[in-house]
Design a protein around this ligand. Sequence first.
Ligand SMILES: *Cc1c(COP(=O)(O)O)cnc(C)c1O
Length: 398
Amino acid sequence: MAKDNAPHIDTLLQHTATASFNPATGSAPVNLPSMRASTVRFQNLDALEATQRRKKAGERAATYGRMGMDTHAALEQVFMQLEGGTHCYLASSGLGAITMAMVALLSAGDHALVADCVYGPVYELDAALLKRMNIEITYFSADDDLEALVRPNTRMVYVESPGSLLFQMLDLPALARFARARGLVLACDNTWGSGYIYRPLELGAHVSVVAGTKYVGGHSDLMLGAVVTNDAEIAQRLNRTQYAMGYSVSADDAWLALRGVRTLPIRMAQHARHAMQVCEFLAGRPEVARIYHPAWPGDAGHALWQRDCTGSNGMLAVELRLAAPASRRFVDALRLFGIGFSWGGFESLVQWVTPGELARHRYWQGGEHALVRLHIGLEDPRDLIADLTQALEQAAAA
Ligand SMILES: *Cc1c(COP(=O)(O)O)cnc(C)c1O
Protein backbone atom coordinates (compact mmCIF):
# COMPACT_ATOMS: atom_id res chain seq x y z
CA MET A 1 0.00 0.00 0.00
CA ALA A 2 1.21 3.48 -0.79
CA LYS A 3 1.56 5.66 2.29
CA ASP A 4 0.08 9.15 2.12
CA ASN A 5 1.94 11.08 -0.63
CA ALA A 6 4.51 8.31 -1.11
CA PRO A 7 4.30 6.94 -4.65
CA HIS A 8 3.14 3.34 -5.06
CA ILE A 9 5.93 0.78 -5.42
CA ASP A 10 4.92 0.25 -9.09
CA THR A 11 5.75 3.92 -9.67
CA LEU A 12 8.97 3.82 -7.68
CA LEU A 13 10.23 0.84 -9.67
CA GLN A 14 9.96 2.89 -12.90
CA HIS A 15 11.68 5.96 -11.48
CA THR A 16 14.63 4.35 -9.82
CA ALA A 17 18.14 3.75 -11.17
CA THR A 18 17.94 6.46 -13.79
CA ALA A 19 21.17 8.13 -14.89
CA SER A 20 21.96 11.69 -13.73
CA PHE A 21 22.12 14.42 -16.35
CA ASN A 22 25.52 15.34 -17.68
CA PRO A 23 25.97 18.97 -16.52
CA ALA A 24 27.72 19.86 -19.80
CA THR A 25 24.98 18.57 -22.11
CA GLY A 26 21.88 18.49 -19.92
CA SER A 27 21.19 14.98 -21.18
CA ALA A 28 21.47 11.42 -19.96
CA PRO A 29 20.52 7.91 -20.91
CA VAL A 30 17.39 6.73 -19.12
CA ASN A 31 19.11 3.89 -17.31
CA LEU A 32 22.03 4.03 -14.96
CA PRO A 33 24.85 2.12 -16.65
CA SER A 34 26.52 -0.95 -15.19
CA MET A 35 29.32 0.74 -13.24
CA ARG A 36 32.07 -1.85 -13.14
CA ALA A 37 34.90 -0.99 -10.74
CA SER A 38 37.53 -2.55 -8.55
CA THR A 39 39.36 0.71 -7.94
CA VAL A 40 37.85 4.04 -7.01
CA ARG A 41 39.97 7.01 -8.04
CA PHE A 42 39.96 10.35 -6.14
CA GLN A 43 40.70 13.81 -7.49
CA ASN A 44 42.81 14.66 -4.44
CA LEU A 45 43.42 13.54 -0.84
CA ASP A 46 40.77 15.91 0.50
CA ALA A 47 38.16 14.14 -1.62
CA LEU A 48 39.36 10.74 -0.45
CA GLU A 49 39.31 11.76 3.20
CA ALA A 50 35.87 13.36 2.89
CA THR A 51 34.56 10.07 1.50
CA GLN A 52 36.20 8.13 4.33
CA ARG A 53 34.54 10.44 6.88
CA ARG A 54 31.12 9.93 5.29
CA LYS A 55 31.67 6.20 5.28
CA LYS A 56 32.70 6.23 8.94
CA ALA A 57 29.52 8.15 9.75
CA GLY A 58 27.56 5.24 8.29
CA GLU A 59 26.81 6.63 4.83
CA ARG A 60 27.12 4.52 1.72
CA ALA A 61 30.39 5.97 0.40
CA ALA A 62 32.65 3.81 -1.78
CA THR A 63 36.43 3.99 -1.41
CA TYR A 64 36.93 0.66 -3.17
CA GLY A 65 34.96 -1.46 -5.64
CA ARG A 66 34.06 -4.47 -3.53
CA MET A 67 30.81 -3.10 -2.11
CA GLY A 68 29.93 -1.67 -5.51
CA MET A 69 29.29 1.78 -6.90
CA ASP A 70 26.14 3.55 -8.10
CA THR A 71 24.57 0.52 -9.81
CA HIS A 72 24.75 -1.42 -6.56
CA ALA A 73 23.52 1.56 -4.53
CA ALA A 74 20.49 1.82 -6.81
CA LEU A 75 19.72 -1.88 -6.39
CA GLU A 76 20.02 -1.56 -2.62
CA GLN A 77 17.46 1.26 -2.82
CA VAL A 78 15.13 -0.99 -4.78
CA PHE A 79 15.31 -3.76 -2.17
CA MET A 80 14.73 -1.20 0.61
CA GLN A 81 11.69 0.16 -1.23
CA LEU A 82 10.32 -3.31 -1.86
CA GLU A 83 10.84 -4.55 1.68
CA GLY A 84 10.15 -1.29 3.52
CA GLY A 85 13.63 -1.33 5.08
CA THR A 86 16.22 1.33 5.86
CA HIS A 87 19.37 -0.75 5.24
CA CYS A 88 20.26 -3.30 2.57
CA TYR A 89 23.31 -5.52 2.10
CA LEU A 90 23.83 -7.38 -1.15
CA ALA A 91 25.25 -10.87 -1.48
CA SER A 92 26.38 -12.82 -4.50
CA SER A 93 23.50 -15.31 -4.13
CA GLY A 94 20.36 -15.84 -2.09
CA LEU A 95 22.08 -18.52 -0.06
CA GLY A 96 24.97 -16.11 0.50
CA ALA A 97 22.45 -13.62 1.91
CA ILE A 98 21.07 -16.25 4.31
CA THR A 99 24.61 -17.08 5.43
CA MET A 100 25.37 -13.38 5.93
CA ALA A 101 22.31 -12.98 8.16
CA MET A 102 23.09 -16.10 10.21
CA VAL A 103 26.77 -15.29 10.72
CA ALA A 104 26.04 -11.62 11.48
CA LEU A 105 23.38 -12.37 14.08
CA LEU A 106 24.63 -15.56 15.76
CA SER A 107 27.84 -16.23 17.69
CA ALA A 108 29.48 -19.37 19.09
CA GLY A 109 27.33 -20.80 21.87
CA ASP A 110 24.10 -19.29 20.53
CA HIS A 111 20.95 -21.20 19.73
CA ALA A 112 18.39 -20.45 17.02
CA LEU A 113 14.89 -21.73 16.28
CA VAL A 114 14.48 -22.44 12.58
CA ALA A 115 11.20 -23.33 10.85
CA ASP A 116 11.37 -26.83 9.36
CA CYS A 117 9.87 -25.52 6.08
CA VAL A 118 12.94 -23.42 5.20
CA TYR A 119 14.81 -23.63 1.93
CA GLY A 120 16.67 -26.99 1.87
CA PRO A 121 20.25 -25.67 1.68
CA VAL A 122 19.74 -23.97 5.09
CA TYR A 123 19.99 -27.49 6.57
CA GLU A 124 23.34 -27.82 4.78
CA LEU A 125 24.48 -24.41 6.08
CA ASP A 126 23.69 -25.71 9.57
CA ALA A 127 25.53 -29.02 9.03
CA ALA A 128 28.55 -27.61 7.20
CA LEU A 129 29.15 -24.33 9.01
CA LEU A 130 26.93 -23.44 11.97
CA LYS A 131 27.60 -26.70 13.86
CA ARG A 132 31.36 -26.17 13.50
CA MET A 133 30.89 -22.65 14.89
CA ASN A 134 29.11 -24.16 17.91
CA ILE A 135 25.80 -22.58 16.93
CA GLU A 136 22.87 -24.87 17.69
CA ILE A 137 19.67 -25.05 15.67
CA THR A 138 16.30 -26.49 16.69
CA TYR A 139 13.88 -27.04 13.82
CA PHE A 140 10.26 -26.36 14.69
CA SER A 141 6.94 -26.76 12.93
CA ALA A 142 4.09 -24.27 13.00
CA ASP A 143 2.12 -26.12 15.69
CA ASP A 144 5.04 -26.61 18.11
CA ASP A 145 4.97 -24.81 21.45
CA LEU A 146 7.84 -22.40 20.82
CA GLU A 147 7.98 -21.34 24.45
CA ALA A 148 9.09 -24.88 25.35
CA LEU A 149 11.90 -24.72 22.76
CA VAL A 150 13.43 -21.42 23.88
CA ARG A 151 16.68 -21.72 25.84
CA PRO A 152 18.66 -19.11 27.77
CA ASN A 153 21.06 -18.86 24.79
CA THR A 154 18.36 -18.59 22.09
CA ARG A 155 19.00 -15.49 19.96
CA MET A 156 17.06 -15.85 16.76
CA VAL A 157 13.97 -17.23 15.10
CA TYR A 158 14.53 -17.87 11.40
CA VAL A 159 11.61 -18.71 9.13
CA GLU A 160 10.44 -18.81 5.56
CA SER A 161 6.83 -17.93 4.81
CA PRO A 162 5.27 -19.33 2.77
CA GLY A 163 7.66 -22.25 3.29
CA SER A 164 9.73 -23.93 0.62
CA LEU A 165 8.20 -26.79 -1.40
CA LEU A 166 4.72 -26.79 0.25
CA PHE A 167 4.16 -23.02 0.58
CA GLN A 168 3.02 -23.33 4.16
CA MET A 169 1.88 -19.95 5.46
CA LEU A 170 3.30 -19.11 8.89
CA ASP A 171 1.66 -16.62 11.24
CA LEU A 172 4.44 -14.07 10.96
CA PRO A 173 2.84 -11.36 13.16
CA ALA A 174 2.39 -13.95 15.95
CA LEU A 175 6.01 -15.09 15.53
CA ALA A 176 7.11 -11.45 15.67
CA ARG A 177 5.22 -10.84 18.91
CA PHE A 178 6.74 -14.00 20.36
CA ALA A 179 10.29 -13.06 19.30
CA ARG A 180 10.07 -9.41 20.34
CA ALA A 181 8.67 -10.25 23.78
CA ARG A 182 11.78 -12.39 24.41
CA GLY A 183 14.42 -10.17 22.80
CA LEU A 184 14.95 -12.59 19.89
CA VAL A 185 15.68 -11.49 16.34
CA LEU A 186 13.10 -12.65 13.80
CA ALA A 187 14.50 -13.18 10.30
CA CYS A 188 12.38 -14.28 7.34
CA ASP A 189 13.35 -15.60 3.92
CA ASN A 190 11.09 -13.53 1.67
CA THR A 191 12.09 -14.88 -1.71
CA TRP A 192 8.48 -16.00 -2.35
CA GLY A 193 7.13 -12.49 -1.77
CA SER A 194 10.23 -10.60 -2.94
CA GLY A 195 8.92 -7.52 -1.14
CA TYR A 196 6.14 -7.19 -3.66
CA ILE A 197 3.37 -9.43 -2.37
CA TYR A 198 4.61 -10.05 1.21
CA ARG A 199 6.42 -7.61 3.50
CA PRO A 200 7.91 -9.35 6.56
CA LEU A 201 9.34 -6.14 8.08
CA GLU A 202 5.86 -4.60 8.18
CA LEU A 203 4.54 -7.79 9.75
CA GLY A 204 7.10 -7.48 12.56
CA ALA A 205 10.25 -9.29 11.39
CA HIS A 206 13.60 -7.59 12.05
CA VAL A 207 15.29 -8.96 8.95
CA SER A 208 14.09 -9.94 5.49
CA VAL A 209 16.29 -12.05 3.22
CA VAL A 210 15.61 -12.26 -0.51
CA ALA A 211 17.10 -14.32 -3.31
CA GLY A 212 17.13 -11.71 -6.09
CA THR A 213 17.91 -14.64 -8.36
CA LYS A 214 14.20 -15.43 -8.50
CA TYR A 215 11.41 -12.88 -9.14
CA VAL A 216 13.51 -9.71 -8.81
CA GLY A 217 15.88 -10.74 -11.60
CA GLY A 218 13.02 -12.53 -13.27
CA HIS A 219 14.90 -13.88 -16.29
CA SER A 220 16.86 -16.91 -15.01
CA ASP A 221 20.19 -15.30 -15.83
CA LEU A 222 21.72 -13.97 -12.62
CA MET A 223 22.54 -14.90 -9.02
CA LEU A 224 22.02 -12.35 -6.28
CA GLY A 225 20.81 -11.96 -2.71
CA ALA A 226 19.90 -9.18 -0.31
CA VAL A 227 19.48 -8.78 3.43
CA VAL A 228 17.18 -5.91 4.44
CA THR A 229 16.44 -4.50 7.89
CA ASN A 230 15.09 -1.38 9.54
CA ASP A 231 17.01 -1.92 12.77
CA ALA A 232 20.17 0.21 13.01
CA GLU A 233 22.01 -2.14 15.37
CA ILE A 234 21.30 -5.19 13.23
CA ALA A 235 22.35 -3.17 10.19
CA GLN A 236 25.73 -2.49 11.73
CA ARG A 237 26.31 -6.19 12.35
CA LEU A 238 25.28 -7.03 8.80
CA ASN A 239 27.52 -4.30 7.41
CA ARG A 240 30.60 -5.53 9.27
CA THR A 241 29.89 -9.17 8.40
CA GLN A 242 29.32 -8.39 4.72
CA TYR A 243 32.65 -6.53 4.67
CA ALA A 244 34.60 -9.15 6.62
CA MET A 245 33.34 -12.02 4.47
CA GLY A 246 34.34 -10.20 1.29
CA TYR A 247 30.93 -10.34 -0.35
CA SER A 248 30.91 -8.77 -3.78
CA VAL A 249 28.28 -8.65 -6.51
CA SER A 250 29.10 -8.13 -10.17
CA ALA A 251 27.94 -4.71 -11.40
CA ASP A 252 26.51 -6.46 -14.47
CA ASP A 253 24.37 -8.74 -12.29
CA ALA A 254 23.18 -5.74 -10.26
CA TRP A 255 22.35 -4.00 -13.54
CA LEU A 256 20.44 -7.04 -14.84
CA ALA A 257 18.48 -7.16 -11.58
CA LEU A 258 17.59 -3.47 -11.97
CA ARG A 259 16.51 -4.15 -15.52
CA GLY A 260 14.43 -7.13 -14.45
CA VAL A 261 12.75 -5.53 -11.48
CA ARG A 262 11.06 -2.80 -13.53
CA THR A 263 8.62 -5.40 -14.84
CA LEU A 264 8.16 -7.19 -11.50
CA PRO A 265 4.61 -5.80 -11.07
CA ILE A 266 3.30 -7.11 -14.38
CA ARG A 267 5.23 -10.36 -14.24
CA MET A 268 4.08 -11.17 -10.73
CA ALA A 269 0.44 -10.46 -11.56
CA GLN A 270 0.61 -12.62 -14.68
CA HIS A 271 2.36 -15.51 -12.92
CA ALA A 272 -0.30 -15.37 -10.19
CA ARG A 273 -3.21 -15.30 -12.67
CA HIS A 274 -1.82 -18.21 -14.68
CA ALA A 275 -1.08 -20.23 -11.54
CA MET A 276 -4.69 -19.83 -10.43
CA GLN A 277 -5.92 -21.13 -13.79
CA VAL A 278 -3.62 -24.13 -13.48
CA CYS A 279 -4.94 -24.75 -9.94
CA GLU A 280 -8.50 -24.75 -11.28
CA PHE A 281 -7.51 -27.31 -13.88
CA LEU A 282 -5.63 -29.48 -11.37
CA ALA A 283 -8.52 -29.40 -8.89
CA GLY A 284 -10.67 -31.19 -11.48
CA ARG A 285 -8.23 -34.06 -12.08
CA PRO A 286 -8.65 -37.40 -10.32
CA GLU A 287 -4.85 -37.83 -9.95
CA VAL A 288 -4.62 -34.70 -7.79
CA ALA A 289 -4.89 -35.26 -4.03
CA ARG A 290 -4.04 -31.75 -2.86
CA ILE A 291 -2.91 -28.39 -4.18
CA TYR A 292 -0.38 -26.29 -2.27
CA HIS A 293 -0.78 -22.64 -3.24
CA PRO A 294 -1.83 -20.16 -0.54
CA ALA A 295 -3.91 -18.04 -2.93
CA TRP A 296 -5.99 -21.13 -3.77
CA PRO A 297 -9.13 -21.10 -1.57
CA GLY A 298 -8.64 -24.77 -0.65
CA ASP A 299 -5.12 -24.21 0.72
CA ALA A 300 -4.77 -24.66 4.48
CA GLY A 301 -2.97 -21.28 4.70
CA HIS A 302 -5.52 -19.36 2.63
CA ALA A 303 -6.86 -17.26 5.54
CA LEU A 304 -3.32 -16.19 6.56
CA TRP A 305 -2.55 -15.44 2.92
CA GLN A 306 -5.65 -13.24 2.70
CA ARG A 307 -4.64 -11.41 5.87
CA ASP A 308 -0.89 -10.98 5.26
CA CYS A 309 -0.23 -11.03 1.50
CA THR A 310 -1.15 -8.50 -1.17
CA GLY A 311 -0.84 -10.91 -4.08
CA SER A 312 0.47 -14.23 -5.23
CA ASN A 313 2.95 -15.69 -7.71
CA GLY A 314 3.52 -18.64 -10.00
CA MET A 315 4.67 -21.18 -7.41
CA LEU A 316 2.56 -24.17 -6.55
CA ALA A 317 2.99 -27.79 -5.58
CA VAL A 318 0.68 -30.61 -6.46
CA GLU A 319 0.29 -33.82 -4.51
CA LEU A 320 -0.43 -36.67 -6.90
CA ARG A 321 -2.12 -39.99 -6.14
CA LEU A 322 0.66 -41.62 -8.11
CA ALA A 323 3.50 -43.87 -7.08
CA ALA A 324 7.04 -42.72 -7.81
CA PRO A 325 7.43 -44.36 -11.26
CA ALA A 326 4.17 -42.84 -12.59
CA SER A 327 4.92 -39.40 -11.17
CA ARG A 328 8.38 -39.53 -12.74
CA ARG A 329 6.80 -40.41 -16.10
CA PHE A 330 4.52 -37.39 -15.66
CA VAL A 331 7.49 -35.07 -15.13
CA ASP A 332 9.47 -36.52 -18.04
CA ALA A 333 6.45 -36.22 -20.36
CA LEU A 334 6.07 -32.45 -19.81
CA ARG A 335 7.25 -30.44 -22.81
CA LEU A 336 6.74 -26.82 -21.77
CA PHE A 337 7.99 -27.22 -18.20
CA GLY A 338 11.77 -27.40 -17.92
CA ILE A 339 13.05 -29.86 -15.33
CA GLY A 340 15.09 -27.69 -13.04
CA PHE A 341 15.55 -26.07 -9.67
CA SER A 342 14.99 -22.38 -9.11
CA TRP A 343 11.97 -20.36 -10.21
CA GLY A 344 10.88 -16.76 -10.66
CA GLY A 345 12.01 -16.53 -14.28
CA PHE A 346 9.66 -16.06 -17.22
CA GLU A 347 9.50 -19.78 -17.96
CA SER A 348 7.64 -22.72 -16.49
CA LEU A 349 9.62 -25.25 -14.48
CA VAL A 350 8.96 -28.55 -12.76
CA GLN A 351 10.72 -30.20 -9.84
CA TRP A 352 10.12 -33.78 -8.76
CA VAL A 353 10.45 -33.45 -5.00
CA THR A 354 12.29 -36.36 -3.39
CA PRO A 355 10.84 -38.14 -0.34
CA GLY A 356 13.98 -37.13 1.59
CA GLU A 357 13.26 -33.43 1.05
CA LEU A 358 9.65 -33.91 2.15
CA ALA A 359 10.57 -35.86 5.28
CA ARG A 360 11.90 -32.66 6.90
CA HIS A 361 8.61 -30.81 6.59
CA ARG A 362 6.08 -31.88 9.19
CA TYR A 363 3.41 -30.05 7.18
CA TRP A 364 3.67 -32.88 4.64
CA GLN A 365 0.95 -35.47 5.31
CA GLY A 366 0.93 -37.04 1.87
CA GLY A 367 2.43 -40.40 2.82
CA GLU A 368 3.21 -42.37 -0.36
CA HIS A 369 1.82 -39.72 -2.69
CA ALA A 370 4.21 -37.92 -5.03
CA LEU A 371 4.88 -34.19 -4.81
CA VAL A 372 5.67 -32.15 -7.88
CA ARG A 373 6.52 -28.46 -7.64
CA LEU A 374 5.58 -26.26 -10.55
CA HIS A 375 6.62 -22.75 -11.46
CA ILE A 376 3.95 -21.35 -13.73
CA GLY A 377 5.64 -19.07 -16.24
CA LEU A 378 4.39 -16.42 -18.63
CA GLU A 379 3.35 -18.86 -21.39
CA ASP A 380 -0.32 -18.96 -22.37
CA PRO A 381 -1.94 -20.99 -19.58
CA ARG A 382 -4.05 -22.94 -22.11
CA ASP A 383 -0.84 -24.38 -23.54
CA LEU A 384 0.43 -25.22 -20.07
CA ILE A 385 -2.84 -26.93 -19.20
CA ALA A 386 -2.76 -28.93 -22.44
CA ASP A 387 0.79 -29.98 -21.62
CA LEU A 388 -0.16 -31.03 -18.09
CA THR A 389 -3.14 -32.97 -19.49
CA GLN A 390 -1.08 -35.00 -21.96
CA ALA A 391 1.61 -35.66 -19.32
CA LEU A 392 -0.97 -36.93 -16.80
CA GLU A 393 -2.38 -39.20 -19.50
CA GLN A 394 1.07 -40.56 -20.30
CA ALA A 395 1.74 -41.17 -16.61
CA ALA A 396 -1.42 -43.27 -16.39
CA ALA A 397 -0.93 -45.05 -19.72
CA ALA A 398 2.24 -47.05 -19.09
C1 LIG B 1 16.55 -20.06 -4.49
C2 LIG B 1 16.27 -19.74 -3.09
C3 LIG B 1 17.27 -19.26 -2.24
C4 LIG B 1 18.71 -19.19 -2.66
O1 LIG B 1 18.97 -18.31 -3.70
P1 LIG B 1 20.24 -18.52 -4.63
O2 LIG B 1 20.40 -17.21 -5.28
O3 LIG B 1 19.89 -19.63 -5.55
O4 LIG B 1 21.38 -18.88 -3.74
C5 LIG B 1 16.93 -18.94 -0.95
N1 LIG B 1 15.67 -19.06 -0.51
C6 LIG B 1 14.69 -19.52 -1.28
C7 LIG B 1 13.32 -19.63 -0.73
C8 LIG B 1 14.95 -19.87 -2.59
O5 LIG B 1 13.97 -20.38 -3.34
